[in-house]
Design a protein. Structure first.
Length: 118
């Protein structure tokens, strides 16, 4: 059974940092695109960033560029989202996703809440 499990969310003050983890199980995701998405209350889910394959440069939504970094540990089948200089508008549920096609995520985690206080 394929599972993606996010962790690391929480409450942080504006300007602070958090690191989210997404542990994958049930298969090896080394050839998969791994992505992060988020959904704020009352808003649609939006793309945060993704890394297509190990060794390739990740790309990010403009809203997080320069503040968020995605990296993966292939041996641990885990992808991370390092979030720095957090802003209140970053408050959302963050989801990890995976797919062979970068434009179509096949697997989704249940999400982890990130709340940034002003």
């Amino acid at each position: 059974q394929v599972q993606l499990v996010e962790s690391g969310g929480g409450l942080v003050q504006a300007g602070g940092s958090l690191r989210l983890s997404c542990a994958a199980s049930g298969r090896t995701f080394s050839g998969y695109t791994m992505g992060w998405f988020r959904q704020a209350p009352g808003k649609e889910r939006e793309f945060v960033g993704q890394i297509i394959r190990s060794g390739m440069r990740p790309y990010y939504a403009d809203s997080v560029k320069g503040r968020f970094t995605i990296f993966r540990d292939v041996a641990k089948n885990t992808v991370y989202l390092q979030m720095n200089s957090l802003k209140p508008e970053d408050t959302a549920v963050y989801y990890c996703a995976a797919g062979l096609d970068p434009d179509r995520m096949e697997y989704w985690g249940k999400g982890t809440q990130v709340t940034v206080s002003s």
